[in-house]
Design a protein around this ligand. Sequence first.
Ligand SMILES: *[C@@H]1O[C@H](CO)[C@@H](O)[C@H](O)[C@H]1NC(C)=O
Length: 460
Amino acid sequence: MARLLFLAPILAVVLLPVYFLFLKGHPPVPELDLNEWWGPESKKEKPDTSVKPFNISFGTVTVADLKARLERPRLFSPPLEGVGFEYGFNSQQMDGWLKYWGKEYDFKEREKFLNQFPQFKTNIQGLDIHFIRVTPEVPAGVEVVPLLLLHGWPGSVREFYESIPLLTAVSKDRNFAVEVIVPSLPGYGFSDAAVRPGLGAPYVAVVFRNLMHRLGYKQFYLQGGDWGSIIGSSMVTLFPKEVLGYHTNLASCMTPFGTMLEFLGSFYPPLVVEPHLADRLYPLKTRYSFLLEETGYMHLQSSKPDTVGVALSDSPSGLLAYILEKFSTWTRPEHKFKKDGGLDFRFTKEQLIDNLMFYWVPRSITTSMRLYAESFNSKTMGLKLDEIPTPVPTWAIQAKYEIAYQPPSILKYKFTNLVGVTVLDDGGHFLAFELPKIFSEDVLKAIGEFRKLKDKKTEL
Ligand SMILES: *[C@@H]1O[C@H](CO)[C@@H](O)[C@H](O)[C@H]1NC(C)=O
């Protein structure tokens, strides 16, 4: 009998995939309330469906108060000897950043810069949602197609400013041009936050689907990274007939089956990943220790966002250190060994402070972090959206230094119509912000391919 025990792992390897693939089935697509109200009850009586022009205003009082705070930081504890960003943001860097923010950052000029694209607000399910909308002017014969662009944490619509002109450009090589709709997530930037618990990623997906309907689009293309990809993945799962194609720079799905494949692959990588990409996934030990080291913030924000939020909304130094540390490591993991976090590698100070203004001015850091608590809980995870396959044509771009990688062999169980994958040998987590040209060209290429598929389908 004992001699037969060696069969157990072999049986597991054979039977587990059989179980997941043929026996388990997948959960049903949940029917979420498309009108769930997240704003104050008082606004429910007379819903306002207008779309109003909006400009960002930092406000003179807010700017004066911010400058005063930036001028009087306490002494920070010095970093340990010889240390860069390994223990977090290096406090020796604070002085330069605070001086820049308070004295050199041109608030008036940056306000103008941020208002260069038409912006609007409209009330969806009780929340005033802020969004940029740029519609290209096209010659006859060129079709304008809508693209919803979704940012994540700790980003903002600012991540897309360099890409928007590239995405909306009219080219004689294309018979279509893209209109972009770029909303601030609820509770982020200038969008309202929910007033009661529950607004996790799948429910945000409903909000954005309703936003697109409000703008007259029952069908549209979709792009997202970070939370934008989790919300995007929810949208293609909940509304497969409405999303014409989904482009993501963080393709991922968390399922027991995927985890099992990853685990099996650790014994023999070619089973799940092309050899030249194996180091993006294996050894698992390296990946898991990286995740443990870099995702403490996630546990904190999933459990007690309001506590850390008090400190970060009261102190621009704290907000800056907390957010810029992410821009350092998520752009290049090895930048944590640098004294300045390598923050100037792909971004200017101005760009990074612009992004901070979306958190400081509307005091949105606490509400932005709540998205973790609302999404990573048993109610939202219980919907098991990642386990429901979607037929929506999907295109992934995979940057070399993205914080997580999944090979197509795993992704295709979720995204059954994975039309294309662009593998980059460059780039990190904030791809649109870091490499706008590569990002935009890939999105346009994907939409071109999605359109070809659609044409083929209508011909049949
Ligand atoms: C936004 O700013 C522009 C340019 O200064 C101005 O023309 C427009 O009226 C402003 N819109 C709103 C809603 O304040």
